[in-house]
Design a binder for this molecule. Structure first.
Ligand code: ACM
Ligand code: ZN
Length: 529
């Protein structure tokens, strides 16, 4: 269907509005509002939130428009102003994260029920001024319009694997900035895996003195194993102080962080540090390069392992002020458990059917433990079965059918199927693209993602919280490459989780993107064609 927000005149310049993700309703009007040195920013009815909110708007305004805004108390006393106002009476139509925006020649009024909504209104304003951002203009024209906007899903996420390759604090913040620009609100931080442990844990310092480092290899294709004389010089980790800094940075941008601690597989970095937690006496190292199938698994029959995970999760729960913690659960190859006397004893003691049930038991122990801290566990969909015991949230990477089983079981579900959401897969012809994970998710394919599986009842559909993209980094070893794999597929994802289904239109999106891409490139982002 045609979109009201993109009018292309004969010179092929959009004379109205390019917004990604496409808003719910946008009615262009004639004329422009001009941001210049005379523009005032005004804030009304934000109460105690005024200080934090005005600071983030101030900072982003300066970065975007390369000028300092004037701060005004009362909007009415200024000729040219942008007013951010919390509704005095709740506007039910726009919900917790929506906003309304009225752009007139003399002023802009953004209204919302929350500061999150006002923040998204400001992201829309920034995008609307993009044409002047392509030049070194000192004035920025925002086309007059009336916009009503709110998200389709509450969970709108992006994941970053910092284990296969480590990304520093600056890049994590840049990633968060990109998420904020497209109104995404959940940053899934994959902090532990075979190739490196990336989070300071005070009780287990070895995890970061040993588990965060591996020999530097020039190519991911260089084979395992690590040689005894290879120095472990490649890696890194985040201190708790750095993590608190990132939490604050994300919170100002209305982004929650979902930290992930992998249990019980993808754990070579743990076993390199604490080999006593394995079922066997294999000489595990922090993994280097391709490592498949991952044999490393912590011993589910060893009480010290259960205590170890609980101690780690306690520190994670105390550090991250959010309701969700991801505890992994994917690709836990249980060959070692099948022959381990301790694991077999646990199966007998707990009257479990088999090793699959043993994993459910172990994950359930952690899920229950996290409840003490008021946290809900998320697990990958590998743990889903018709008779699953876990009441956790489920992250579905394998197929929408598994998502349906979980939703029918009553678990809340987040979708990120490999078919549409794995942005580590190629986005174009592998012959012409930099090396990537085998698989193809073109921009059009990414755009066709609908987090809502078919065939759920209304009650079951309420369990679908939303979706996210996953950026696994086996073949992504620089910030530039990470951006290249992310952009512009992140733009597509944002419409899948924000825009009403009946307003999604790939042709229209592609047109808007052709203009928006120029802005990304001018802003220094690495963006695929
Ligand atoms: C996954 O890709 N193993 C979640
Ligand atoms: Zn064992």
């Amino acid at each position: 269907m045609a979109c009201c927000c993109l009018l292309i005149c004969s010179c092929q310049k959009p004379n109205v509005i390019v917004i990604i993700p496409e808003p719910v309703e946008c009615t262009p009007k004639s004329g422009n509002f001009t941001i210049d040195n005379e523009t005032y920013l005004c804030f009304e009815n934000l109460g105690a939130k005024t200080g934090d909110f005005s600071k983030i708007i101030h900072d982003t305004y300066r970065q975007t428009f390369k000028m300092k805004p004037n701060l005004g108390d009362k909007s009415s006393s200024h000729r040219n102003y942008i007013l951010f106002e919390i509704n005095k009476k709740e506007d039910k139509e726009i919900g917790k994260e929506g906003y309304t925006l009225t752009v007139k020649r003399s002023h802009i009024i953004a209204k919302a029920n929350t500061t999150a909504g006002l923040f998204y209104a400001f992201q829309t304003i920034r995008q609307m001024a993009y044409l002047d951002q392509l030049t070194d203009s000192k004035e920025f024209h925002i086309p007059c319009a009336k916009i009503t906007d709110h998200p389709r899903f509450a969970y709108r996420g992006a994941h970053l694997d910092v284990s296969r390759h480590f990304f520093d604090v600056n890049f994590v913040k840049r990633y968060i900035d990109l998420m904020a620009a497209y109104k995404l609100n959940k940053f899934h931080w994959h902090l532990t895996d075979d190739h490196g442990w990336r989070i300071q844990i005070d009780q287990y310092p070895g995890l970061t003195t040993i588990g965060a480092w591996r020999p530097e290899r020039t190519s991911w294709d260089t084979l395992h194993p690590v040689q005894p004389d290879e120095p472990a010089t490649y890696g890194g980790y985040y201190t708790k102080a750095q993590i608190r800094d990132i939490i604050e940075y994300a919170a100002a941008r209305h982004i929650d962080i979902i930290p992930e601690i992998e249990i019980p597989g993808h754990c070579s970095a743990i076993l390199a540090t604490y080999p006593q937690y394995a079922c066997d006496d294999y000489p595990y190292t922090v993994a280097v390069g391709p490592y498949w199938p991952p044999k490393a698994i912590l011993c589910a029959g060893n009480d010290d392992v259960i205590t170890f995970y609980k101690n780690v999760l306690k520190e994670v729960a105390e550090l991250f002020p959010y309701p969700l913690i991801h505890i992994g659960g994917d690709e836990a190859f249980n060959d070692n458990w099948q022959v381990c006397p301790k694991c077999q004893q646990r199966i007998q003691d707990k009257k479990l059917a088999d090793e699959t049930a043993l994993q459910q038991w172990m994950m359930n122990e952690m899920e229950q433990y996290l409840k003490q801290f008021g946290k809900t566990a998320i697990m990958w969909d590998d743990i889903v079965s018709d008779d699953m015991v876990n009441q956790c949230d489920v992250m579905c990477w394998q197929s929408p059918d598994v998502a349906k089983t979980a939703a029918k079981h009553g678990n809340d579900v987040i979708l990120c199927p490999t078919s549409h959401c794995y942005f580590n897969y190629y986005q174009g012809d592998p012959e012409k693209e930099p090396l990537a994970m085998t698989g193809l998710v073109t921009l059009e394919k990414a755009y066709s993602f609908d987090p809502m599986p078919d065939g759920l009842t209304e009650a079951q559909a309420k369990h679908i919280l939303g979706g996210q993209c996953n950026l696994w980094t086996e073949f992504i070893n620089t910030p530039e490459q990470a951006e290249y794999m992310l952009l512009p597929r992140l733009c597509a994802l944002s419409e899948c989780v924000w825009t009403p289904l009946d307003k999604k239109d790939f042709k229209n999106f592609s047109k808007r993107l052709s203009f928006h891409r120029q802005y990304l490139i001018k802003s220094g982002y690495h963006c695929h064609e």
